[in-house]
Design a protein around this ligand. Structure first.
Ligand code: SF4
Length: 203
């Protein structure tokens, strides 16, 4: 920053700094545009370092943004025999803390979606499920990563659900699920469930 101040003091006319700034802005707006500088018409050409080094097409340099990390997630819509769905409330700390969601998790290398759902549900809820038909696949982007959610209908087979990795678990009916706040990506799952008539476990 100090170096920039020193440079600007060298360049600027101490009595008419406004003229210098205006001329610079005019040059940038008319001739020295970022995509197509018109050097042949430019009054500054004889002094321009970029022109002399033939770098005018490469400036200004931009940081190339690296693609966002991408996670594949298996998600379970778990039905019980009463036609209710199992949801869990995320822990308060961390991303989307305190919101409700359909259980699931990251698909590990070498796992199928079904393998992932079986493992995640066992680890998170200590229950066994049968993985049935796919409900949907959806993409969602967060600030620092993006996810692909592959959502399957599942049937509860055995075990009392426990909140091993969440704050709370609950069986809910589809017509009361709006009482619980869900993240945006999960809201799309609820919409899909609503649009599929007689929604329930599909083998
Ligand atoms: S000569 Fe330099 S200042 Fe003029 S248009 Fe070309 S790059 Fe821009």
């Amino acid at each position: 920053m100090k170096l920039l101040w020193q440079c600007s003091e060298l360049l600027l006319d101490p009595e008419n700094p406004r003229d210098f700034n205006q001329a610079l802005m005019d040059l940038g707006a008319t001739l020295c545009t970022p995509k197509a500088p018109e050097c042949s018409r430019c009054p500054w050409m004889a002094h321009c370092q970029a022109y002399q080094l033939q770098m005018q097409a490469d400036l200004p340099m931009r940081e190339t943004s690296s693609p966002l990390p991408h996670k594949q997630i298996g998600v379970a819509v778990i039905w019980n025999d009463q036609g209710e769905i199992l949801i869990d409330r995320r822990r308060q700390e961390g991303l989307l803390g305190g919101l409700w969601e359909f259980p699931g998790g990251k698909i590990e290398p070498g796992e199928t979606v079904s393998d992932c759902i079986h493992r995640e549900i066992r680890e998170e809820l200590a229950i066994a499920v049968e993985v049935g038909a796919k409900l949907m696949t959806l993409e969602h982007a967060y600030t620092h990563f993006r996810v692909t959610l592959t959502v399957h209908h599942c049937r509860h087979i055995a075990g009392e659900p426990q909140a091993l990795e969440s704050d709370e678990v609950r069986w809910v009916r589809l017509d009361e699920i709006d009482q619980f706040p869900f993240p945006k990506a999960n809201v799309k799952i609820i919409e899909a469930l609503r649009q599929s008539p007689n929604s329930s476990f599909k083998p």
